[in-house]
Design a protein. Structure first.
Ligand SMILES: C/C(=C\CNc1ncnc2c1ncn2[C@@H]1O[C@H](COP(=O)(O)O)[C@@H](O)[C@H]1O)CO
Length: 279
């Protein structure tokens, strides 16, 4: 005992196992025990361990007994697994959703804001047209669209994002997923909706809007209507896109057609239905 005689040599290791057990041949990964039950020799795949080199601990013991430093949970390799799990959870929860439209808009829209009533109506009408409704699951315009969808008896989805301040899924969400990572969440919006309806909003709404516009412009998504509801709110942005961005050659004339600006909910819903029926 105590000396290192192990090595990676199946043949000699096997013959050793035979001699130490009175002629019995042991397959790989099999341990040789002495009469008092002590493992004196063990194969781990191609590796032979003998005497003091035999690992006595099992993988389960290591897993359950480990009390080492925990800083590795904040490292990128571990993060990759968490990111992966967000995609797995998202795909798993939404794969069988059916046709759906995402509704975006300000988290700050108050219940007495006309945009809130508009959000509720849009949620309800999308359900009547056969769509599930997906929102960011938060307050304001998101809550309004979820409420409209839920009250119309449809499927009301909320893809929430972890934020530095406490907030949860609004109570009108029937299928809710909490994401840590914006990019995983954004993939779900685009992958599981056939179009976007965008109510007045701030930076978060712009982010979602311009991501979708870019995906259509670059051909990453096709037959994907994007409707901005609220002409008085959005016309300044559209004018700037035309008069400054287009005029300066930073976009092409057809790029302006990627979005439709309207106050007419019939038109907004009809564009979503057309896109679904064409696909
Ligand atoms: C500001 C407050 C809560 C924020 N909570 C949010 N929950 C879920 N999703 C959110 C939240 N804030 C932004 N989003 C996403 O961006 C869009 C709205 O952003 P905006 O800047 O308010 O326009 C929205 O569509 C969400 O997907 C407390 O009131």
């Amino acid at each position: 005992m105590g000396c290192f005689t192990g090595g990676v040599d199946h043949k000699s290791a096997e013959s050793d196992a035979v001699s130490s057990q009175g002629g019995a041949v042991h397959s790989q990964d099999e341990a040789v025990r002495s009469e008092d039950g002590v493992v004196s020799s063990k194969y781990k795949g191609p590796l032979l361990q003998r005497r003091s080199q035999v690992e006595r601990e099992t993988a389960d013991q290591r897993l359950l007994d480990e009390r080492g430093p925990a800083d590795w949970v904040h490292g990128d390799p571990w993060r990759v697994l968490r990111i992966q799990s967000e995609f797995v959870e998202g795909f798993g929860a939404l794969a069988e959703l059916g046709p759906a439209i995402a509704v975006f808009g300000s988290a700050r829209t108050k219940v007495d804001d006309p945009a809130y009533a508009l959000g509720e109506e849009i949620g309800g009408r999308l359900v009547e047209a056969g769509f599930a409704v997906i929102t960011g699951g938060g307050p304001g315009a998101m809550e309004a669209a979820n409420k409209g969808a839920c009250q119309a008896g449809g499927v009301s989805v909320g893809l929430n994002i972890e934020l530095p301040f406490e907030q949860g899924l609004n109570s009108w969400v029937d299928i809710g997923i909490n994401f840590r990572y914006f990019f995983a969440r954004k993939t779900m919006f685009v992958k599981y909706s056939q179009g976007f309806i965008v109510l007045p909003g701030g930076f978060g709404t712009f982010d979602e809007l311009f991501e979708a516009i870019t995906l259509v412009q670059t051909g990453k998504i096709t037959r994907f209507p994007i409707v901005l509801v609220g002409t008085s709110y959005w016309s300044g942005l559209v004018d700037w896109l035309r008069e400054t961005v287009l005029a300066d050659g930073k976009i092409s004339p057809p790029d302006l057609d990627i979005v439709t600006v309207t106050d007419d909910l019939d038109e907004a819903i009809a564009l979503m239905v057309q896109a679904r029926d064409a696909s």
